[in-house]
Write a protein of this length. Structure first.
Length: 517
């Protein structure tokens, strides 16, 4: 008996695990999009695995499956690993074989994605055939360091007067768009994408719109609008709809950042819109709880801040040594009843370079976009404005903030002095001038000309309620009869003395014509 025991002990001491035990595992349990896997002793965090329903084929043969189901390892535990299922979780069964792929979760990137709608794995979902992308990139990577970056100094014009004048966005900036549901957050982002059509092909950024947890009908409508406006020729849409597993909604923004980084590293500019990160945070919370990670505030996991910071830090303006490309991020966050002090909003506000705050009360009053000037800010500021816009828009924000205070004061007083009435009327005219409907972004030179007219008293002879109609006539006048002035502003990005003189002459002629009419 003793000799048998000694022999067994020698066998155990001499045993080494086979390569197969490290490269393959077995599903111990599966449910709610999570798979518990035995084996895979050498697996790495964020490594991709392949679920294989058969045991009698090689990895190369399994990868040729027309609809492979992948997983992403997120928990490394003593007795196995836990992975999120990136696909149809109903097909994963207990006892199924799991194969390591030996690489981190990667997606295809390249020029061939432009004009397409893809899921977060880079697979086309628009019915236009396969995409042949030459490069695979991991969706998680460390952001560029300080030495590799350059100051943000080149504007990214949104075509929205209120934004470009008061809360300018620069190429390489991270500007948060925040507000309640239905206040026009997506409209600002989509108008910014459409407005890039007015840029020359050499300076036009590649736009990536990431739809997270949206209704598929909403995304389809948005894609149709972009195609109709000719914007899909420089846009990529990444979609993880509400019907997609939580893991895909969590990973979709990282896929968008990875695609944008490819273009940034080619020396180009890219713009990525995350619509919206509130839904990504909810998906990550769901996934983390199912992975048995400890919950923290509002049941979010402890690393929820790191989730958004490592995503948004990837937006950058690279130095000339690194090619000079840029990745601009426009994250969107939805608030509840205007509460910007909630957990996720405060997290993202602290990460970004400013925020555009949309207020439900202003939206209900008919102000479009419904931007609260007092809370909205760009920490890059006038560094991301052209000289022309700096010249015409310098005082707008201060005047509007003063107008808001006077407007609130006016509710408690029926007897106002002449100067206060004049300031209130001026504020109303300015507010009307900044009003802008959805889907009508203006070229930078038109914005500069219209704002110049408003800030130099050319609209003072009109009542506030007449300003919108007059402004439309003014835009038509500039487009058809004063195109030379617009061309001069566009080319030089400044309003020189000669240009200003011509601009004033054109405005005087417009006022004389309108007065005679």
């Amino acid at each position: 008996m003793q000799s048998i025991i000694e022999r067994i002990e020698r066998e155990i001491a001499a045993w080494t695990p086979s390569a197969g035990a490290e490269e393959t595992g077995i599903v111990r349990a599966a449910g709610d999009g999570i798979a518990e896997i035995d084996g895979l002793s050498k697996a790495a965090l964020s490594e991709m695995v392949l679920f294989d329903p058969t045991f009698d084929r090689t990895l190369a043969e399994a990868l040729k499956d027309p609809s492979p189901i992948y997983g992403l390892i997120l928990n490394l535990e003593e007795d196995g690993v836990r992975a999120v299922i990136l696909g149809d979780a109903s097909k994963i069964r207990e006892g199924m074989l799991v194969r390591r792929l030996g690489r981190l979760l990667s997606i295809p990137v390249g020029e061939s994605l432009i004009g397409r709608v893809v899921n977060m794995l880079g697979e086309p979902v628009d019915g236009k055939g396969p995409i042949s992308a030459a490069h695979l990139r991991p969706i998680e990577r460390e952001a560029y360091g300080v030495i590799d970056r350059a100051p943000v100094s080149v504007p990214l014009h949104t075509g929205i007067k209120a934004v470009d004048a008061m809360i300018p966005i620069g190429r390489g900036q991270r500007e948060l768009i925040i507000g309640d549901r239905g206040t026009g957050k997506t409209s600002i982002a989509v108008d910014a994408i459409i407005n890039q059509k007015s840029e020359s092909s050499a300076t036009r950024p590649v736009c990536i719109y990431v739809a997270i947890g949206q209704k598929e009908s909403k995304t389809a409508k948005l894609v149709a609008e972009l195609e109709e406006r000719g914007a899909m020729e420089y846009t990529i849409v990444v979609t993880a709809p509400a019907s997609a597993p939580a893991a895909l909604q969590f990973l979709a923004p990282f896929a968008g950042a990875t695609i944008g980084e490819y273009f940034m590293e080619q020396g180009k500019d890219a713009l990525v819109v995350y619509d919206d990160l509130s839904k990504q945070a909810v998906a990550y919370r769901q996934m983390s709880l199912l992975l048995r990670r400890p919950p923290g505030r509002e049941a979010y996991p402890g690393d929820i801040f790191y989730l958004h910071s490592r995503l948004l830090e990837r937006a950058a303006k690279l130095s000339k040594e690194k090619g000079g490309g840029s990745l601009t991020a426009l994250p969107i966050i939805e608030t509840q009843e205007g509460d910007i002090s909630a957990y996720i909003p405060t997290n993202v506000i602290s990460i970004t370079d400013g925020q555009i705050y949309l207020e439900a009360n202003l939206f209900n009053k008919g102000q479009r976009p419904a931007i609260n000037v007092g809370i909205s800010v760009s920490r890059v500021g006038s560094s991301a404005q052209t000289k022309a816009m700096k010249k015409v828009a310098g005082k707008i924000k201060l005047e509007l903030a003063q107008f808001r205070e006077l407007e609130a004061f006016m509710q408690f007083s029926s007897d106002l002095d002449i100067e206060t009435k004049r300031r209130i009327d001026a504020g109303r005219r300015m507010t009307e001038m900044l009003n802008q409907g959805r889907g009508v972004p203006l070229p930078f030179e038109m914005e500069a000309a219209v704002i110049f007219a408003a800030t130099n008293g050319y609209l003072d002879s009109f009542a506030p309620e007449e300003v919108s109609a007059i402004e439309k006539k003014l835009q038509d006048y500039f487009a058809h009869e004063a195109g030379g002035v617009l061309a001069a502003i566009k080319e030089s990005k400044e309003i020189h003395e000669v240009t200003e003189k011509t601009l004033r002459e054109k405005l005087d002629a417009f006022l004389a014509r309108h007065a005679s009419a």
